[in-house]
Design a protein around this ligand. Structure first.
Ligand code: F0G
Length: 448
């Protein structure tokens, strides 16, 4: 047998389990079409003795890789030599302890934290994954790439493709994408193809196009992307002075984040770098609630890696039969056939996770609260706070537990939803502008 490699790709299907070198490029197992994982032979990797050792890199942040909030943790995603690693300073994000919002929703001080991934260069968490996937793309010599997107992926791909001087095509569903995000893809120079369909249609087409034209695929099917997204969890631990929180709450769309988070914690535990794993809450929108339906109503489970495909196939057949297309104002998570479903089931298993769905009304109300009390976020991101409120009401999360909600995208990504929410007085927290004559006395009267 060939010498064991430090990092390799492995099919998650137990009955297949094929392994491939990281220098090979596919987005699904070439033998059985299941998802691929990146795995490591940790004996060959010099990981730090304790997580706090990573903090030493703050002192050398003038070095490109130490400045990156992803590559600072490079021993935990050691799949490519440094010479291929690309970075535009992603991951300089913030864990905001938010006591005023905590109090407002009935939690104790010090218990609620908001991880604002909107601070990334392209304005969403996607950059964490793109820096990793584009490094791999460079390693395999890719020249041209593509993705399907509800908006943020396309913005991030377009940005990194420009950095790597790669040709880039992004596929978006017609009328399904927030303007801020579409403007970014166009501005960063990507060829933008609007398909008459939804995200799931785009996802299907982009896989076919990438296979046919041998393009590098940058959706979260790409296992290297998920390696980068693990670092969001490392930064949360760092922000909590390496204390493990009780809960991570994250919106669920294509389920890449939740999959990556579960993998991150499983590995840290395996390496003895943490002593317990936080619980994970994944929050769907009710108009795009495949995960909630499958897990909570149809009892779909990871089952040690033997997932019951029939449950999934039957449900998808029902969606097809009724020509279902998902709908939510949180357009980023308007997805009904999440590609990382199985890895997400594994994450739920590892993290003793729960799944909930929240209405658009709950999402926009929660978004207004994140704006009023915090740094703001885009609608999909606020699903995390809306989900936390549900889980507090159900007493599954306790007011004294330490919770980190992931705010996945910047508040200016989708200003239409914000303006529509506030412009009428009808919403719970709306804050419409007040019209006033151009007259000092009238202005002062209005301000009292
Ligand atoms: N939040 C935001 C702001 C997103 O853009 C996405 C996904 C998610 C949450 C869901 O994350 O897929 O890891 O469960 N956006 C993708 C896109 C699908 O194309 O931009 P997930």
């Amino acid at each position: 047998m060939a010498e064991k490699q430090k990092a390799f790709q492995k099919c998650i299907n137990l009955d297949c389990g094929s392994e491939f070198a990281c220098t090979e490029e596919f987005f699904k197992c070439p033998k059985c079409s299941e998802l691929l994982d990146i795995q490591y032979d940790w004996d060959q990797i010099k990981t730090p003795a304790k997580l706090s050792d990573f903090a030493k890199r703050w002192a050398t942040k003038n070095q490109r890789l130490d400045f990156s909030g992803v590559w600072r943790f490079r021993e935990l995603l050691d799949f490519c030599p440094d010479e291929f690693k690309v970075s535009i300073g992603e991951g300089q994000t913030l864990l905001q302890r938010n006591d005023s919002l905590a109090e407002f929703i009935g939690m104790k001080p010090g218990c609620l934290h908001l991880q604002y991934e909107g601070l990334n260069p392209s304005g969403s968490f996607k950059d964490n994954g793109m820096t990793a996937a584009f490094s791999h793309a460079k390693m395999v010599g890719a020249k041209s790439c593509a993705c399907a997107s509800t908006g943020n992926t396309s913005a991030a791909v377009a940005l990194y493709a420009h950095l790597c001087q790669m040709k880039c095509t992004v596929f978006i569903g017609s009328g399904r994408i927030a303007f801020g995000k579409l403007s970014q893809a166009m501005d960063y120079g990507a060829k933008t193809i609007q398909i008459l369909g939804d995200f799931d249609d785009c996802m299907k087409q982009v896989q076919a196009v990438c296979t046919e034209l041998k393009l590098y695929l940058l959706n979260s099917l790409n296992p290297f992307r998920l390696e980068g997204q693990k670092t969001i969890m490392y930064r949360i631990l760092e922000g909590l002075n390496w204390e493990v929180p009780d809960w991570i709450v994250v919106p669920g769309g294509n389920l890449g984040n939740s999959s990556a988070f579960g993998k991150a914690f499983a590995e840290l535990k395996q390496l003895g770098l943490i002593d317990r794993i936080p619980r994970l809450a994944i929050i769907n929108a009710t108009g795009a609630d495949t995960l909630t339906e499958l897990v909570n109503k149809r009892n779909l489970k990871w089952n040690g890696g033997r997932v019951d495909n029939k449950i999934i196939n039957d449900f998808y057949a029902e969606l097809t039969a009724k020509k279902f297309s998902p709908h939510t104002c949180a357009s980023a998570i308007e997805i009904s056939r999440p590609v990382n479903l199985k890895k997400c089931l594994r994450a739920l298993d590892v993290c003793n996770g729960v799944v909930r769905a929240v209405t658009d009304e709950a999402i926009t109300d929660a978004k207004a609260l994140v704006g009023k009390f915090g740094l703001g976020c885009e609608p999909a991101s606020a699903a995390s706070l809306a989900g936390l409120e549900v889980l507090l009401a159900e007493k599954i999360i306790k007011p004294t537990e330490k919770v980190a909600c992931i705010l996945t995208g910047h508040c200016l990504k989708d200003p239409n939803v914000t303006v529509n929410y506030h412009k009428e007085k009808t919403s719970k927290y709306s804050n419409p502008p007040v019209e006033c004559p151009n007259d000092l006395k009238e202005i002062i009267k209005l301000m009292s």
